[in-house]
Design a protein around this ligand. Structure first.
Ligand SMILES: NC(=O)c1ccc[n+]([C@@H]2O[C@H](COP(=O)([O-])OP(=O)(O)OC[C@H]3O[C@@H](n4cnc5c(N)ncnc54)[C@H](O)[C@@H]3O)[C@@H](O)[C@H]2O)c1
Length: 442
């Protein structure tokens, strides 16, 4: 696992220019991190080539997008999508004609989660089938990219995929108990993770969140070599999460959301980047702060460490953050101030129930009942201080973070030397206080 390396200063100005290519490896949806990459690549005049997960027909067949779906997806992206279904994972595979994992889970009861297991050879065959399908589609994608990308163009491959919860209703009540359960509903993440269904999630997360980065690196070898031989640069980036440095009591401190069960796969992702670096490939996992997106909606409380971004902005950007502060303050209930909101978040983030279990070397940590109850109650309380549950301070800050990290990742990818770097709150504030990022605050 690469060591903790916080990007301390803004990256050197990159040499990307019109005609260079951003390949977005993962479909763009509404309000996710990848929007920041697309915005920055467009600002630099790069050409954007997108991909799609594809769609499943009602009989389960994975297919490319229809003409209408493609038009909609390309409009959202503002670029061309190469219409090859890049869904990763193995939950719907039917090795030897046996029912898929998702199909088999239809008969399982969530209360019996400790007893649910799958034979090891069935799982292994499903995994091979999923990998074979994905890498075959990857090869078709690579051939298409070779056809479309001019030899001398610089290329930035940006991996955004993360997920892998097997598609079965069975998991919904269980994961709600793991991530949102209090009192009798609380389910500790450790026994869940050690169980048969937990280990199934582990394998599935590894495949979707981490191994797809390896398939991308391997599948684009010929394209990379062609570009490098023509004097162009090729960079690979992936979004990681491995805790974030936030400003607390005057100093930046690493902290993390608990229980982040995707963390095991994120460490694997960092290891894949480190292996690629050993082969001379410019591959970097950019570890990003906790924000609210479609993917993080299940994790109530993940947003609590986002509030102190306002401390970092006050410390560095000062008056230029005034308009942002005013927008945030206007979202709060009559009589509630931003300082009160921040004081609540700070009290939570410095509570020993939250800080004591955190340890970088043994990350990710499992949950405890008291920690979860404090996290969920604080999250709910802070949300209740808003006027409108659809107009949240954290939504405003999330947008700021995905735009700022997008700029830092595109620019940082050009000359990156690390397998994993952390984009912490200090760097985001630094960017926004600098002419290179001041527009983000508007
Ligand atoms: N939200 C956060 O707090 C946070 C923090 C740090 C890093 N990240 C990372 O940022 C990246 C983007 O996530 P996001 O939060 O913007 O959410 P998102 O929902 O916008 O992005 C998730 C991406 O994963 C893809 N995906 C999901 N399942 C897939 C599958 N089976 N096969 C192929 N692709 C699949 C989706 O198409 C989408 O492109 C992820 O790697 C995520 O782990 C998120």
């Amino acid at each position: 696992m690469p060591s903790y390396h916080s990007m301390a200063t803004l990256p050197p100005v990159p040499g990307y220019k019109p005609g260079d290519i951003l390949v977005l490896f993962g479909e763009l949806f509404g309000r996710g991190y990848a929007n920041g990459l697309v915005e920055e690549a467009r600002r630099l005049g790069m050409t954007i080539l997108g991909t799609t997960v594809g769609r499943r027909d009602s009989d389960g067949t994975l297919r490319p997008l229809t003409v209408d779906e493609l038009t909609e997806a390309e409009t959202l992206l503002g670029g061309t999508i190469i219409n090859i279904p890049l869904e990763a994972g193995f939950d719907l595979e039917t090795p030897d004609g046996q029912p898929s994992i998702s199909e088999q889970l239809k008969k399982a009861k969530p209360d019996d989660w400790q007893q649910v297991t799958f034979p090891a050879d069935f799982l292994a065959k499903a995994q091979v089938a999923g990998k074979t399908r994905f890498t075959a589609h990857m090869a078709t994608l690579a051939a298409e990219l070779e056809r479309r990308i001019p030899a001398g163009a610089n290329i930035l491959f940006a991996h955004t995929m993360a997920g892998g919860i097997p598609r079965a209703r069975f998991f919904m009540p269980l994961l709600n108990r793991v991530f949102k359960g209090t009192g009798d509903k609380y389910l500790a993440s450790s026994p869940f993770w050690e169980s048969g269904v937990g280990q199934l999630c582990d394998a599935s997360f590894n495949e979707v969140t981490a191994d797809t980065f390896r398939y991308l690196l391997e599948g684009t070898t010929a394209l990379r070599q062609r570009a490098t031989a023509a004097g162009a640069r090729v960079a690979y980036t992936a979004y990681g999460y491995h805790g974030t440095g936030i400003l607390q009591n005057g100093e930046y401190r690493w902290q993390s959301y608990t229980p982040y069960l995707q963390g095991f796969a994120k460490i694997r992702l960092e290891t894949i980047a480190a292996e690629a670096r050993q082969q001379g490939i410019n591959a970097t996992v950019f570890n990003c702060p906790e924000i609210q997106t479609n993917s993080s909606a299940l994790f109530l409380g993940v947003e609590l460490s986002l509030y102190p971004l306002l401390h970092a902005l006050r410390a560095v950007a000062g008056a230029s953050a005034a308009a942002l502060e005013a927008r945030c303050a206007a979202m709060l209930q009559e009589g509630t101030t931003l300082n009160e909101l921040l004081a609540h978040a700070d009290a939570y983030l410095s509570n020993p129930l939250i800080t004591a279990p955190l340890d970088f070397a043994s990350w990710p940590q499992h949950s405890t009942k008291e920690q979860m109850e404090l996290m969920l109650a604080t999250s709910t309380h802070l949300l209740s201080l808003h006027r409108d549950p659809k107009q949240l301070v954290c939504a405003e800050l999330s947008r700021l973070v995905f735009r700022a990290t997008g700029r830092l990742i595109v620019q940082g990818s050009w000359s990156s030397k690390e397998a994993a770097v952390w984009l912490n709150h200090d760097l985001l504030a630094q960017l926004m206080a600098d002419p290179r990022g001041a527009d983000l605050l508007n």
